[in-house]
Ligand binder design. Structure first.
Ligand code: NAD
Length: 243
């Protein structure tokens, strides 16, 4: 029997990058994996449902649809997120509200809608996608870092609240991962190839983290292999956060 046989998993932001790699890995290990995304264009065996994590009604409708179509919900991967650049003066209040709304409140909305269903699962797990930006003190990432700092604290608080009812909550904290998001950032540089080489050289292990490596950590935290792990934020960053 594979790790997720018979279980249903939702992955927000599951149509791209880390979310897509995670949904594919969970499906390959036996789960019915559902991508909840603004653009839920995914291939078999994944299912896609449109959801905007910044809209409570959209989230509730998507979770209801998952349970209606697939009969249960066992694993939630809160992964949808957006970026922001610059120091604390770079973004106005509306931009701060938007990023915190998607990156933090988005996880709250999905968890709120999912928890009643997770309580019926013998293998319930929530995994949040944090970032080493939560605590590494990265330059020109004030808003993004603050949002992921909130995800870090939210993960620990949710773990304490729900572990006694059999729902484990953990997070992964990727370093710079090779996803369409980072690809878009590199493509906006005057010389994308040189920018990529410089970015790789800044990583302790000399390359970007792969989406599959982050997916592997998420799958571990979502699986019975980590059955005694709760409130852990697992860095997947080649050791960057410790430098
Ligand atoms: P990505 O842009 O490739 O994928 C993000 C997905 O989220 C997209 O499919 C997008 O449509 C979806 N999405 C965005 N806003 C949404 C919303 N409001 N509702 C539903 N879906 C929405 O990005 P990625 O690099 O795979 O990042 C995924 C997560 O990993 C994010 O939370 C990001 O902060 C985190 N992360 C990424 C890196 C990195 O270097 N790529 C590093 C650390 C953390």
């Amino acid at each position: 029997m594979t790790d997720f046989e018979g279980l249903v998993a939702v992955v927000t932001g599951g149509a791209s990058g880390i979310g897509l790699a995670t949904a594919n890995l969970l499906a390959s290990r036996g789960a019915t994996a559902v991508a909840l995304d603004l653009n839920p264009d995914v291939k078999d065996p994944l299912a896609g449902i449109r959801a905007d994590v910044s809209d409570d009604e959209s989230v509730k409708a998507a979770i209801d649809e998952v349970v209606e179509r697939f009969g249960r919900l066992d694993v939630v991967v809160n992964n949808a997120g957006i970026g922001a650049q610059g120091d604390v003066t770079a973004n106005d209040d509306a931009q701060w509200s938007k990023v915190l709304d998607v990156n933090v409140l988005g996880m709250v909305r999905v968890s709120r809608a999912a928890l009643p269903h997770l309580r019926n699962s013998p293998a319930a797990a929530i995994v949040n996608t944090c970032s080493i930006a939560a605590w590494a003190g990265l330059p020109q990432r004030a808003l993004y870092s603050a949002s992921k700092g909130a995800v870090y604290s939210l993960t620990l608080a949710m773990a304490a609240d729900h572990v006694r009812e059999g729902i484990r909550v953990n997070a992964v904290a990727p370093g710079t991962a090779d996803t369409p998001w980072v690809g878009r950032l590199l493509d906006s540089a005057p010389d994308p190839a040189a920018e990529r080489a410089a970015l790789e050289a800044r990583q302790p292990h000399g390359r970007l983290v792969s989406a599959d490596e982050v997916a592997g950590a998420i799958a571990y935290l979502a699986s019975p292999l980590s059955g005694s792990t709760a409130g852990t934020v697992l860095a997947v960053d080649g050791g960057m956060h410790g430098l």
